[in-house]
Design a protein around this ligand. Sequence first.
Ligand code: SF4
Length: 303
Amino acid sequence: MRFNMDNFRIEGTIYRPPVEADTFLLQITAGCTHNACRFCTMYREKDFHLIDESDVRFNLMEAQRISGIYKKPVKRIFLMDGDVFSLSADKLEAKIKEIRMYLPELEVISMYAAVRSIKTKSDEDLRRLQELGVNDLHIGYESGLDDVLAAMNKGTTVEDCITQVQRLKRAGIRHNATMILGLGGKGRGEESGLAAAEMINRAEPQMVRLMTLSIFDGCELAEDVKNGRFEEAGEKEILTEEKTILENLELPELHFWANHILNSTPVAGYVGQDREWMLERIEKSLEKVDDETFKKSFKRLHL
Ligand code: SF4
């Protein structure tokens, strides 16, 4: 059941992973505690804060009412905005207990999670959250290259990310990774692809989601482009990076999801069973693509 979010009290723009399109979205916090990645414009208009409890309650009652009318219990929920996992384990536990009072058949509680927010939780905290239903966290790895992460002010390193997601795994919490094609800029496609594949192979997410870098006004990277400090990779290089990642993945069960609207060649499947046809499709695009013509005809306007 897909909820019409117009019926709910929401602060600002909604962002959620495409795979959560049919999940009930509940806003607990607004914004992102970091809010400083050079490529990101998602939460620039708001400072990180908790959503008013009366609005959270209103939305829960509305979800309860609608699911009652359609006799479809809510089993999965995605907590917004960008950084709910930054709340302490105690605060998260209290929120989850409140949510369960309205949606008692809830099974999975998903949300975005930053590496730094995992780090602040003990192994015991993570196990407790898993028992409460927290699972399928969405984590922005963004790049497998430390210098790119530093240049983009991501505030984390490759090793840090791998260490923290391994802790999640030991606590029984699955996660999905996001990587951004083209984040290394012009000339670093193949290198980025190899590093990304190595990172994914070590971190073992259940899904990797590839989206192509799109630089919107309002982020520092847009200024870098204007000032010549960052040169964007052409489409040929983007596709080469995507192909390199797919060729080098060693996880047959991994869901490879490169279906984002920002990608020119949408493919999605499991590495073990679908790699061949996905590679063929990317290679076909690679043979045909001309960077200049592509730039004029394919516009990346919004997330
Ligand atoms: S990419 Fe994620 S961590 Fe970085 S500013 Fe945007 S929402 Fe925050």
